[in-house]
Design a protein around this ligand. Structure first.
Ligand SMILES: C[S@@+](CC[C@H](N)C(=O)[O-])C[C@H]1O[C@@H](n2cnc3c(N)ncnc32)[C@H](O)[C@@H]1O
Length: 181
């Protein structure tokens, strides 16, 4: 996958330029860079990862390609509560599958979103793990996890064939502005 593939997986879930987003498990920044392109100069991003080296590599790439986007780098574990401002959106790409207990993390993420805020999940479309992707979740499973954690309007955004584990999907869920289940 290249940068355009990453942008295309997120595009339909990002309502327009600007806004404050976080990328949890941002790593080297494949999807943070995509988010930077979609948010543009008015955007602000919190890139969170427990791997400081990955965030340093990301910072270099971001400075070279999207210097106008404000990015905060946080070395942290997303299983713990993070100190973040109310967010317009969160991206979790290939990072929730390291977590057996999805509800713990998704419950925390829900708490970071402002009403109407968005969570874009990018994952392999399977419930069968392996040593590299220990706890993946299919889109069908994600719909259940999202609903149980108070996220509404879950919809499939895009899919892409993957030689590894069949296919990758991106999905959007929204924290309701009012109670809508
Ligand atoms: C497979 S990489 C994905 C990186 C990037 N999101 C992408 O899709 O290219 C997973 C990343 O999640 C990070 N990660 C996994 N569990 C984490 C946790 N509990 N807290 C913070 N980062 C975590 C890893 O350090 C790694 O950088």
């Amino acid at each position: 996958m290249d940068h355009n593939d990453h942008v295309n997986l997120l595009r339909a879930g990002v309502p327009g330029a600007g806004g404050v987003w976080a990328d949890l498990g941002a790593g080297d920044g494949a999807f943070t860079l995509a988010l930077a392109e979609l948010l543009g100069p008015g955007g602000e991003i919190y890139a969170v990862d427990k791997d400081a080296g990955a965030l340093r590599r990301q910072e270099q790439a971001m400075r070279a390609r999207f210097p106008e986007v404000r990015v905060h780098y946080r070395v942290a574990d997303f299983r713990e509560r993070l100190d973040l401002p109310p967010l317009d959106g969160v991206v979790m790409a290939n990072s929730l599958h390291f977590q057996r207990d999805k509800d713990r993390v998704v419950g925390l993420v829900r708490g970071y979103l402002r009403p109407g805020g968005r969570l874009i999940l990018v994952e392999y479309d399977t419930d069968r793990g392996n040593p590299w992707v220990p706890y993946p979740l299919s889109y069908q499973t994600w719909r259940e996890v999202a609903r149980r954690n108070g996220l509404a309007r879950t919809a499939l955004l895009s899919t892409r064939r993957s030689r590894f584990l069949g296919r990758i999907y991106s999905a959007l869920s929204v924290l309701a502005e009012t109670e809508e289940g």
